[in-house]
Design a protein. Structure first.
Length: 210
């Protein structure tokens, strides 16, 4: 396990890439998608997830940036499945808006530890060609601030992680605002946080060894 503490989402992602490249915390893993350098159980704590910049200037995949703004409030092609699972979880014939349920739970009882948003669907994801990366998000109130913990099963550090962290930070801040609370820390736990071998040259160009 490796822990990273950062002030902003941008700082968190940049620090994680440097750790993958030069930190010595990785092991070489021959995954089905290709060989990669992996950190198992990486925990990233972003202390000010509302502070800009959320997206690093060194992040190369600008086409994913619109998904960051859309996750809290509307569906877009990039995040449609995640959005539906957050706002329209299918339970038999019932559809559950997990975001509204979490808000209700915390308004009713600010000390609650039951405000949990489920994203992984055991009925569909194990056999899907594109299973969900995030598994769940827990939101709690501590010292009049909203704190969130996100668990992901697998994260492509170079392509997806910066957008993922920023998107869930936006959701976190939106929930805090709706509860009239200040946003506290966002904790991001990636069970597998990896950098594919074919992305290493680009990562090293962006983050040369100092």
């Amino acid at each position: 396990m490796k822990c990273i503490k950062a002030t902003t989402c941008s700082d968190a992602w940049e620090t994680s890439i440097v750790e993958l490249l030069y930190g010595g915390s990785t092991y070489y893993y021959a995954s089905t998608e290709g060989p990669c350098h992996e950190i198992s159980d990486l925990v990233i704590e972003v202390n000010n997830p509302d502070r800009e910049p959320r997206m690093s200037s060194k992040y190369s995949f600008a086409q994913l940036t619109p998904a960051v703004a859309s996750l809290p409030s509307q569906s877009s092609r990039n995040v449609d499945t995640i959005y539906r699972r957050l706002h329209s979880w299918i339970n038999g014939r019932e559809r559950i808006d997990q975001v509204e349920l979490a808000l209700w739970q915390l308004k009713r009882d600010p000390t609650s530890r039951r405000a949990v948003l489920s994203i992984w669907d055991a009925r569909r994801d194990p056999s899907s060609d594109h299973p969900m990366t995030p598994l769940s998000m827990s939101v709690r109130v501590k010292s009049n601030r909203l704190v969130s913990s996100l668990v992901t099963r697998s994260n492509d550090a170079w392509v997806a992680a910066a957008a993922d962290i920023a998107a869930f930070a936006a959701l976190h801040c939106d929930l805090a605002a709706r509860l009239s609370l200040e946003p506290g820390a966002l904790v991001y736990h990636a069970i597998s946080y990896h950098l594919y071998e074919f992305d290493v040259p680009a990562a090293r160009r962006a983050f040369p060894r100092e």
